[in-house]
Ligand binder design. Structure first.
Ligand code: ASP
Length: 298
């Protein structure tokens, strides 16, 4: 029986001097998830732990270091899904929490509501004792600079959203995605990342987490498309390639995905210059990390 984990750190263009930071960030997240998986921890704990690490790493557009919206503020989107039960939790446009993925997890565990937005999401976080923070704590100087340099008129391009798909030795799969969304997005704008079937999905056969231009990913229902392809019996890497190909034919912009199936097989594809990702399964001697897809797996 195989266990496995794959994470991504989004589609930002990676300059050579930052390439190591992206790879190390993704590897650290893989290790955080793997430590739990190898101790028999739940696949949800592993996916949440991996994403929490990336939320704290200000290099990535999630948690601290997230992109700023048109008003220069941080509004975060995140979701988690349990493939075995199809339970899911999601938060959107939430402010002043350090780990939106953990708010999403608590919401999932609470059993009924799947998604909360804005003030309602923050109120739930407070009630559940999820770590709150000052809104300003989430804002880094680098993001302030990017905001100041970016055009006022348009929402920016896709960046370093983070995600994870994990598989435990019981064959359970979980998927998680977390983001600050697109630079200079309208306040209140929600991207694909917290939407089940768009920015993530997991069932008993496989799971996926996506990144890219949210409006286009939503219109393609890209995560559910990837799962539909997986259910035709193809290798996850073929499902990833085919979905990203369809995306490119039908809608504008960039997209990238990571995919993992219940046999521990990986897939990834991106329509963009770079995608940061790392993965490990119990048959590999060590985790691997990349900042672009170099060769097909299938
Ligand atoms: N998909 C995210 C969004 O549109 C952004 C990203 O992946 O970089 O909010």
């Amino acid at each position: 029986v195989i266990s496995a984990i794959i994470v991504h750190g989004g589609l930002a263009k990676v300059p050579p001097e930052k390439s190591d930071g992206y790879r190390q960030g993704c590897l650290a997240a893989v290790r955080a998830g793997w430590e739990l998986l190898s101790k028999g921890g739940s696949v949800l704990d592993a996916a949440e732990a991996a994403v929490r690490l990336l939320e704290d790493d200000s290099l990535f557009n999630a948690g601290r270091g997230a992109s700023l919206n048109a008003d220069g503020e941080v509004e975060l989107d995140a979701a988690i899904m349990d493939g075995a039960t199809l339970r899911a939790g999601a938060v959107a446009a939430i402010r002043g929490v350090r780990h939106p993925i953990s708010v999403a997890r608590k919401l999932m565990e609470s059993g009924k509501t799947v998604m909360l937005v804005a003030d309602g999401a923050r109120r739930f976080a407070l009630e559940q004792n999820v770590e709150l923070c000052e809104s300003d704590w989430l804002i880094t100087d680098e993001q302030k600079q990017e905001w100041a340099n970016a055009s006022r008129a348009v929402q920016g391009s896709s960046k370093d959203t983070v995600g994870c798909v994990a598989l435990d030795s019981d064959g359970r799969i979980a998927a998680a995605t977390s983001t600050g969304g697109l630079l200079r997005k309208l306040p209140g704008r929600v991207g694909d990342s917290p939407l089940i079937g768009c920015g993530l999905y997991a069932d008993s056969l496989g799971g996926t987490s996506l990144t890219g231009d949210g409006e286009s990913i939503i219109r393609m229902a890209l995560a559910s498309r990837i799962l539909a392809l997986l259910h035709t019996g193809v290798h996850p890497d073929s499902a990833a390639d085919a979905a990203i190909q369809q995306f490119g034919e039908k809608v504008p912009g960039e997209a990238g995905c990571i995919v993992l199936d219940s046999r521990g097989r990986f897939g990834f594809a991106h329509r963009s210059q770079n995608m940061a990702y790392a993965y490990l399964n119990s048959e590999m001697p060590a985790a691997l990390a990349f900042t672009r897809k170099e060769a097909p797996l299938a």
